[in-house]
Design a protein around this ligand. Structure first.
Ligand SMILES: NC(=O)c1ccc[n+]([C@@H]2O[C@H](COP(=O)([O-])OP(=O)(O)OC[C@H]3O[C@@H](n4cnc5c(N)ncnc54)[C@H](OP(=O)(O)O)[C@@H]3O)[C@@H](O)[C@H]2O)c1
Length: 327
């Protein structure tokens, strides 16, 4: 497994990291904790050196599974977690039952304290989970992150889901280590001004890009021959990409990846993840998984990085499908 250094930090990340949203056991239908533990251990066995988690993922359940699976090994991997989402349904407009981003310093500190209780170590990378919804000045939020660092609670901090302006503003205020953002063969909005906002500054320092949803929630594995049906507790039941014309478009691409993967002797998921990891500016790709078998398939993306001509074949195949239908 290749590793890359997150720019401006001492964090060495495997090009494929494991995402822990699914194993949090909420929004993804029923999960089996023993399978989740086996998936985390398989990731370590196959060279994954970092895990992406969040308080939101099962209200701390993903963290608890990680801690259980890793035991004392937790000190030898990199834990990237997040901060700032309020789970109790209280938003700026009152109580509406949905999770909201609360980046007021008091909430940031309280949220990080809870994460430390579950993950039991200084947090290697703390990422702001979602841009502000409470009119908190960015300066105040970033000062709270620096406060966490000076207390020894975290080592580095980054952002998730910020646009180019947000990244640029944050970089003027402090050392942004990373941006976590969606990026896949089906979602290319990183390319352009957002990627440029992460580029090298006058001191030559850039922001590492950690790409999520590279499998389009499993769709790009090519396993769904027909539009799948999910239970109400699985958010893919209301994800339009799994329905109608959008599904046909995405699955057309997925089946091409299956064919390309077959020639290379790897699963389509490895091709989809490898393509993302091969893209300019991307430090690492985060692969969600619910079983050890999925992890073993996904880590095979790393070996493809030694064969850059694969991406010419992938790009050509994908371009034949045109852009995804608009909703
Ligand atoms: N910062 C943010 O706001 C944010 C947002 C989203 C995600 N993330 C992070 O990024 C990670 C990855 O994103 P994601 O989990 O949303 O989507 P993803 O990685 O595109 O898809 C993960 C899902 O695909 C299926 N899958 C994985 N490997 C497979 C394989 N080899 N064959 C067949 N199916 C496979 C599994 O679901 P099934 O088995 O149920 O099909 C798995 O749960 C998350 O876990 C989280 O850490 C961050």
């Amino acid at each position: 497994m290749q590793t890359r250094t997150l720019p401006g930090t001492d964090l060495s990340l495997s090009v494929v990291g494991m995402g822990c949203w699914t194993i949090g056991g909420r929004y993804w239908g029923p999960t089996d904790d023993d399978d989740s533990v086996a998936a985390v251990r398989a990731a370590v066995e196959h060279g994954v050196t970092w895990f992406d988690t969040a308080p939101l993922y099962g209200d701390g359940h993903a963290d608890r599974i990680l801690a259980r699976a890793l035991g004392s090994h937790i000190h030898r991997v990199t834990i990237a977690t997040k901060v700032g989402v309020r789970l109790d349904g209280t938003g700026p407009e009152g109580h509406d039952g949905h999770a909201h981003s609360d980046l007021r310093p008091a909430h940031v500190l309280a949220d990080v304290e809870q994460s430390l209780r579950r993950l039991k170590e200084p947090l290697d990378l703390l990422q702001v989970h979602w841009p502000c919804e409470w009119d908190t000045p960015l300066e105040d939020t970033l000062a709270a992150l620096e406060d966490c660092r000076s207390r020894g609670w975290i080592r580095h901090w980054g952002l998730c889901n910020y646009d180019a302006d947000g990244v640029a503003r944050a970089r003027r205020l402090g050392p942004v280590a990373s941006l976590q953002t969606p990026y896949s063969l089906l979602r290319r909005e990183l390319e352009g001004e957002l990627l440029a906002a992460c580029g090298a500054d006058a001191q030559g320092r850039s922001v590492g890009v950690l790409a999520y949803e590279a499998l389009c929630r499993g769709l790009l594995s090519g396993k769904h021959k027909l539009p799948p049906t999910f239970g109400e507790d699985d958010m893919r039941s209301w994800d339009e990409r799994f329905q109608g014309a959008a599904f046909l478009h995405a699955n057309g691409i997925a089946q091409d990846l299956v064919a390309i993967g077959r020639k290379l002797g790897v699963p389509a998921s490895a091709v989809a993840l490898g393509w993302v990891a091969s893209r300019p500016g991307v430090t690492a790709v985060i692969a969600g998984a619910r079983t050890a078998a999925q992890v073993k398939e996904n880590v095979r993306a790393a070996a493809l990085l030694d064969h850059p001509r694969v991406w010419e074949v992938v790009d050509k195949a994908v371009s034949r499908h045109g852009p995804p239908p608009r909703f």
